[in-house]
Design a protein around this ligand. Structure first.
Ligand code: DGT
Ligand code: CA
Ligand code: CA
Ligand code: ZN
Length: 572
């Protein structure tokens, strides 16, 4: 170990001390010693051996002992203990430009944020801006820094992938010679996270290479990974990789099915073809003698294999073939079916718009009702509403309802679930809401039994209408708390409580893999945007996309009901 190694460790200790709120003099002592060591020309092992550390200015007895420990044993107990106290994710936050130890400590302590993904989510909910000494500008800068950092990641959130893919699709469709073009891959299947983008086009032979050229030369491309005459791979500014393939129009349906996947679904499809004495691949469907069976589109392809059209969302080999054979594929819910938008935060808690602004925006989106649900009292970090705030908000909603035609604003709340499974506020106040979403926001570290018991109790509460984001996960950032979801679903069925499919692209929780189980138990799903702004209302669409992946039909979704039906459900 040389002097620079020791200096680096001392500087890290100084940072860790600041992060954990230790006496600032101690931090400074380590910092000064680190600097002194960096500028020393002596060999540190010699200094230790000859007991001459005192000769380096700025190194007192205590620090000298630490240096001896480090140099002779290769480790330092004080340092290890400090490392234990600070989560790795907090150190990663520290790497973001503009955030020093003092600020990161506030983010960690006051917001309970322990990694970059959680910080991003907190910014989206405007909680960083609300923190003393931070403000909207800092929050915007932090979001930028996070976006930049996320570019190196290997999976991406659905909404980012969707935005990137749509702009490529537009570019491709605008090229001359293009006949058909579509987004394929996991994005077409509405997976909650996306590895890379797969774009497919059909075109006349002579146009193919020109289309590929336009693709690799577009402004969003930062790196060309492969550039052939019919296919190419690039890396986009957003950090997402994209593949484009251009095929003939005869091949297009086969290539589309192939590149939509999933691999598992494709394998079964090929197996079915084989069983019928046919051969299926990305180029076509062929008889044993090599003669090809033309298919105009994917529907024809499925029909040729004796199946009804299977929507891309269902192509995971998770029961869709059985259902298709029995002609029992679901009639998937669509955005047109959505009649209400629930779970919307206003500027009274951590949203940025007023009830009236949100109401106007929701009406423009064409829904019948809007369910306000701000945070409750216990969610102090998110501006949770006191009893007085709640009553003031009720008055505000009454007056907006009086003034505004064409939409009804409902009085809801996102009540924190306390650690023992209770709700915020007393029963009398709770009974004044049109609906109550019960959600966990604190003490996320419970084990499965504790967390499940906590949720079951909240479901048992007579005021609960909807169980909010049931696992608390943040995609690519934080695992949810462990829950026995099968039991929670059964209890929701018994109590007539709906489960939320939180449509925030960071959550998408309930996971789509559980939606079918919920359906089977006749538990209704509320597809809620958890909006914190007017823009956030549109996340409902992402929830519908992923709800379709969970086989949801219109009748499975609470907010496809009319206002009267919704009220009847909430008053059960
Ligand atoms: P991702 O990108 O990880 O989110 O997931 P996908 O499903 O988009 O996977 P990707 O991009 O590797 O490939 C796109 C589709 O192409 C995939 O869903 C199925 C098809 N595919 C790719 N490689 C294979 C393969 O080795 N065998 C089969 N049967 N299909 C493949
Ligand atoms: Ca892909
Ligand atoms: Ca790919
Ligand atoms: Zn929440």
């Amino acid at each position: 170990m040389n002097a620079t190694d020791v200096a680096n460790i001392f500087e890290e200790i100084a940072t860790l001390l600041e992060l954990t709120g230790a006496n600032p003099f101690r931090a400074r002592a380590y910092q000064n010693a680190g600097r002194a060591l960096e500028s020393t020309t002596e060999d540190i092992e010699a200094l230790v051996r000859e007991d001459r550390l005192g000769e380096v200015s700025g190194i007192g007895k205590g620090l000298a002992a630490s240096i001896v420990e480090l140099v002779t044993t290769g480790s330092l107990k004080d340092y290890d203990e400090l490392r234990e106290k600070v989560p790795d994710g907090v150190l990663e936050i520290l790497e973001l430009p503009g955030l020093g130890p003092k600020r990161v400590r506030r983010i960690w302590e006051d917001l309970g944020v322990t990694n970059i993904g959680e910080l991003e989510y907190a910014c989206r909910e405007n909680r960083l801006a609300a923190l003393d000494g931070f403000g909207a500008k800092t929050q915007a800068n932090v979001l930028k820094a996070i976006a930049f950092r996320m570019q190196g990641r290997d999976r991406h959130l659905y909404h980012r992938a969707r935005a990137a893919a749509e702009s490529i699709l537009e570019l491709v469709r605008a090229q001359s010679g293009v006949i058909r073009a579509e987004i394929a891959g996991s994005l077409r299947r509405h997976r909650e996270t996306i590895g890379d983008l797969d774009i497919l086009a059909s075109a006349t032979d002579d146009a193919r290479s020109g289309i590929i050229d336009a693709f690799v030369q577009n402004d969003d491309v930062v790196d060309v990974i492969a550039h052939g005459s019919t296919k190419s791979s690039v890396r986009l500014k957003s950090g997402i990789n994209a593949d484009l393939r251009v095929v003939s129009d005869e091949e297009y349906p086969f290539a589309l099915a192939y590149f939509t996947g999933s691999k598992e679904h494709n394998t079964v499809l090929r197996g079915r073809a084989k069983r019928d004495g046919l051969k299926l691949n990305e180029y076509g469907l062929f008889r044993e003698n090599g003669e090809s069976i033309p298919c105009e589109d994917e529907s024809n392809l499925y029909r040729a294999l004796g199946l009804p059209y299977i929507p891309p969302e269902l192509r995971e080999d998770m029961g869709e073939f059985d259902a298709a054979e029995r002609n029992e594929l679901p009639q998937l819910v669509t955005m047109d079916d959505i009649r209400g938008i629930l779970h919307v935060h206003t500027n009274r808690s951590d949203g940025i718009n007023t009830v009236e602004q949100l109401a106007n925006a929701a009406r423009a989106l064409g829904v019948e009702y809007l369910g306000i649900a701000d945070h409750s009292r216990s969610a102090f970090y998110a501006g949770g509403l006191s009893e007085d705030d709640v009553r003031a908000q009720w008055d505000e909603i009454d007056s907006v309802n009086e003034q505004l035609d064409g939409i009804t604003i409902l009085k809801g709340i996102e009540s924190d679930i306390t650690s023992d499974g209770g709700l915020d506020y007393d029963d009398e106040l709770l009974s004044g809401f049109d609906f109550v979403i019960a959600s966990v926001h604190s003490r996320l570290g419970m084990n499965e039994q504790e967390a499940t018991t906590r949720l079951l109790r909240a479901v048992d509460h007579p005021a609960t209408t909807i169980l909010g984001h049931p696992t608390g996960r943040l995609l690519l950032a934080r695992e949810g708390y462990p829950v026995d979801m099968a039991r929670v679903i059964e209890r929701c069925a018994e109590r007539g409580v709906a489960i939320e499919l939180n449509a925030s692209p960071h959550r998408l929780d309930l996971d789509w893999r559980w939606c079918r189980r919920a359906r089977e138990h006749s538990v209704v799903i509320a597809i809620n945007p958890d909006a914190h702004s007017i823009d956030g209302l549109r996340d409902t669409e992402i929830g519908v996309a992923v709800g379709r992946k969970g086989w949801l039909e219109r009748s499975d979704v609470l907010n496809t009901r009319t206002l009267d039906e919704f009220r009847a459900f909430a008053n059960k």
